[in-house]
Design a protein around this ligand. Sequence first.
Ligand SMILES: *Cc1c(COP(=O)(O)O)cnc(C)c1O
Length: 390
Amino acid sequence: MIPYGRQSISESDIEAVIEVLRSDFLTQGPVVPAFEEAVKTYCGVEYAVATNSATSALHLACLALGLGPGDIVWTTPITFVASANCALYCGAKVDFIDIDALSYNMSIQALKEKLETAQKSGGLPKIVIPVHLSGQPCDMAEIHALGQQYDFKIIEDASHAIGAKYQDGRIGNCQYSDITVFSFHPVKIITTGEGGMALTNNLKLAAHMSRLRSHGITRSPHEMTQIPDGPWYYQQIELGFNYRLTDIQAALGLSQMQRLDEFVARRHVIAEEYNKLFKDLLVTTPWQNPSSLSSYHLYIVRLKGKKGGYDRKDVFERLRSFGIMVNLHYIPLYRQPYFEAMGFKREDFPESEAYYREAISLPIYPGLTEAQQVEVVSRMQNLSGFQTLF
Ligand SMILES: *Cc1c(COP(=O)(O)O)cnc(C)c1O
């Protein structure tokens, strides 16, 4: 079986985890801060708050930015449900911006138009959550400029994009956003089993997210309502959660950080190989922004259903029947029954609809071999009535 994504675990990753198991702390020990430090240094950002998932990090990010009932969050429909659910957890509403036909990220043009309309008729967003789909960075400078103009906050959902670059900076440096969130789920670029992180250059946001990560409890006397009763004293000053990452998980993450650049480089080699294999075929290969570096979390192609081309569903079924576990990232969120019930209409998202008809995510992960890539591509073309290359 060839999965679409898979973790790469080395002997030193295993050693690092075992070391924690033999140590004094399984959680809230020294390794979580060490992992946070490593990611901070890598990304060039001031503060990092590790969490037990990116979903938790998105939730904390929304809360720290003051999101609540009556507020609105905008995001892309071509994302995982977590990018929108974080708004709903806070009692806010969610709305979607159609995607760009080239990058498959939130369309800047559509965002501008929707902002203009919302300014006239009400309903401006408090937070916009761009998602760097497949690790291809959104045009953050443009989104940031709009944020200044229309007074909204920005959370980058960079679950796919640790190791990616936008212009000259790393994704995660928060140059154009308030908070950036990473995911360390096993299919993502680096893993902690489950895990996430929220990055920011704002000390207040960082302190607030780290307090909410642990029940809303503080041990800092300056945040308390009274002088501590004694050395045991702590205060719960708001309602928080248990969203902590363990030291066991952080050890895996810290060890994986050492191979992050290698992982991204390997993903680029795989993407270039696919690009070559698809050169003369009726397949739209991923677009690469010339001023960015994708982390290639996903390799998404689009299959045109025209005569002489591929039928996406056929290709999908065929590849799966050969054990090639292709996937679809993502079913547009407004099509999910839970969101559809909020009144979204498919006609409002023509680019997302076209994408949903044609997209397919091919296997890409550090351990994928060239022979497996050739197999994927040849199985794709080996459809009845379709001319084969090989
Ligand atoms: C994976 C993913 C998430 C959620 O990450 P978890 O760590 O599993 O909570 C959120 N957004 C996007 C775009 C993702 O791909």
